[in-house]
Design a protein around this ligand. Structure first.
Ligand code: HEC
Length: 151
């Protein structure tokens, strides 16, 4: 099954379970962006990280660091920030990244993710074309995010 990603953002350990967050529609995406502005644009501009994708593990290091420096937000804001980073700024490898990260970057449902996991176990994906061939994978999403997807 797909595990939840927990980002322990505040000292009070406000845990955000990404698995409970629905994929972002257009208006949601805008609200997510605003939450990032509010939570992360407080002490420096968001230009220090926008368009600079990293692996999710690295982001967790940054979140921990920023929390220490005083970054905080409501549960809803942190949920939005988490989703924004996963959908827009996270690097993945289709054949080795954890399922919960991949699911967000590829923008696929749980059942589609299961198909991808089963397939990669016995035959690694070699390129985007092969991934696009999996039923339920959105070719447009892949095209938009391809610079963050490796094999
Ligand atoms: C309470 C103030 C504060 C908030 C809020 C804050 N930061 Fe920072 N951030 C800093 C400071 C101070 C530095 C400079 C650290 C340095 O130069 O060593 C920094 C530096 C950074 C850097 C560059 C250093 C690195 O590790 O690459 C990134 C990226 C970053 N912040 C991301 C974020 C993100 C993402 C958020 C929201 C989750 C955030 N920041 C919220 C204070 C803050």
């Amino acid at each position: 099954m797909i595990a939840s990603i927990r980002w322990t953002f505040t000292v009070a350990l406000v845990a955000v379970s990404v698995a409970s967050v629905a994929p972002a529609a257009e208006s949601t995406a805008e609200a997510d962006r605003q939450a990032v502005q509010q939570v992360c644009g407080h002490c420096h501009t968001v230009d220090v990280f926008l368009n600079k994708p990293r692996a999710w593990e690295r982001w967790n290091d940054v979140f921990a660091d920023m929390t220490q420096r005083g970054a905080t937000g409501t549960d809803e804001q942190l949920t939005r920030v988490t989703r924004f980073f996963l959908e827009n700024l996270t690097l993945v490898n289709v054949n080795s990244s954890p399922a919960d990260e991949l699911k967000w970057v590829l923008g696929v449902r749980d059942d589609v993710m299961q198909t991808i996991l089963a397939r990669r176990e016995h035959q690694p994906f070699r390129n985007l074309e092969e991934l696009r061939g999996v039923a339920g994978v959105d070719g447009q999403v892949l095209e938009q995010r391809k610079s963050r997807i490796s094999f």
